[in-house]
Design a protein around this ligand. Structure first.
Ligand SMILES: Cc1cc2nc3c(=O)[nH]c(=O)nc-3n(C[C@H](O)[C@H](O)[C@H](O)COP(=O)(O)OP(=O)(O)OC[C@H]3O[C@@H](n4cnc5c(N)ncnc54)[C@H](O)[C@@H]3O)c2cc1C
Length: 366
């Protein structure tokens, strides 16, 4: 019997696990893969979470990240705007960052079950039963931190809507400014590029699946992405580190139920911000801090009250994240077509407007 079981070991799962275990909770974390591993992500982390990471010894200083302080946006036909970033950010590969957090979780005493895919979560008689690899585990609380979409979501409403987006990621070697993150539009999608560790750049895009109709990924890139001259130049000049890209399908930005069958959802499982905002990772980390702080506070009152935890989490999560996710969905409409991406470029040329939009999708550093 664990106090808390966490399903999914991305940023939300690992940060919850570390904070709870450091406060004396018996925590088990289930991850279907084994660390370290690559995942589709632009790997640009907003400085919103930097003070928290440093304060808690969760900032992998050895990776020596570059400060990213400039933003470049290009439209599908290659018009561009540049903007100094007020808050800025830094870049780590998820391969390295998640592995570092996994080690911190181990050190904090979390029981980590790798290669354990959770296939069922049942709630009965005020406790949970979790099934993974045909074994059963019990806990008082369950945190759902299994990312964008999973079979575990089959009874959640957002699953009724098919999601048309796929994500593709590469690591490349290329000669580009190291303090800049660029976002390049193409028809029905956009592609980010920024530096991670080891003088490597992350090249990652989100595309509508219509672009892939009767085409391979390669063909989609040469026909659709190459229409933006900046993207063609990147593909022409980059050395690709992976043999083949990391790809994920069915990325959903729909509203999700925050608490389902008493499972407390966190990170992307609670709701995913559109990637162009560049702060899904910050939201995953911040929502994990919010949730674990609340669990610690309520638990330490000595009289465990599930209803209190659920109600307070619902209230604080919506206060912190609902409007950011909504704004992200609206901004995404300015991407992926010629006229709208040119409009976005014109808007971003005005620094006041550009930084105003960024402010609406980011929180204050904490
Ligand atoms: C194309 C793209 C680009 C992006 N670029 C950026 C960016 O530049 N900056 C940024 O801040 N954010 C970006 N994001 C968003 C960011 O990747 C996510 O918001 C972040 O990874 C959320 O973390 P998480 O912990 O909630 O989920 P995840 O990181 O997805 O972790 C979920 C974990 O759960 C595990 N899991 C799933 N199902 C099970 C199961 N049944 N049993 C056990 N384990 C399970 C998975 O293996 C995974 O390790 C991007 C997203 C996409 C799609």
């Amino acid at each position: 019997m664990y106090d808390v079981i966490i399903v999914g070991g991305g940023l939300a799962g690992l940060v919850n696990a570390i904070l709870l275990a450091r406060s004396g909770f018996e925590v088990a974390l289930f991850e279907k893969n084994s660390y370290p591993f690559h995942r589709v992500c632009g790997e640009y982390i907003s400085n919103e979470v930097k003070p928290f990471l440093i304060r808690n010894g969760l900032f992998p200083t050895d990776l020596n990240p570059t400060e990213i302080s400039k933003f470049k946006l290009t439209s599908t036909n290659g018009k561009r705007a540049e903007l100094p970033l007020k808050m800025g950010g830094f870049g780590f590969s998820r391969f390295a960052f998640d592995h570092f957090l996994f080690q911190q979780a181990q050190a904090a005493g979390v029981t980590i079950l790798q290669n354990h895919k959770v296939t069922a979560i049942e709630f009965e008689n005020d406790e949970f039963q979790i099934i993974a690899n045909r074994q059963s585990y019990q806990s008082k609380l369950v945190i759902g931190a299994y990312g964008k979409r999973s079979m575990l979501d089959k009874s959640r409403k957002f699953m009724n809507k098919k999601s048309p987006y796929l994500g593709v990621k590469y690591h490349v070697k290329i000669d580009l400014p190291i303090d800049e993150i660029a976002l390049h539009n193409f028809q029905n999608g956009y592609c980010g590029i920024s530096q991670v560790e080891n003088n490597t750049f992350n090249l990652c895009y989100l595309s509508h699946r219509d672009n892939l109709k009767n085409k391979s990924i390669d063909e989609m890139e040469t026909t659709t992405l190459y229409e933006n001259p900046f993207l063609k130049s990147i593909w022409d000049n980059a050395d690709f580190v992976f043999e083949k890209p990391e790809v994920i399908n069915e990325i959903s930005f729909e509203k999700k139920e925050l608490i389902h069958n008493h499972i407390l959802m966190c990170g992307d499982t609670a709701g995913m911000i559109t990637p162009l905002c560049g702060n899904g990772m910050a939201i995953a980390i911040r929502s994990a801090k919010l949730l674990s702080d609340l669990i610690i506070l309520e638990w330490n009152k000595g009289n465990f009250n599930r209803h209190q935890i659920e109600e307070k989490y619902r209230m604080h999560w919506h206060q912190n994240f609902s409007s950011r996710l909504w704004t992200g969905r609206q901004i995404q409409k300015l991407f992926g077509s010629k006229w709208s991406s040119n409009l976005a470029v014109e808007l971003i040329k005005n620094q006041w407007v550009g930084n105003g939009i960024i402010r609406l999708t980011h929180g204050h550093p904490f």
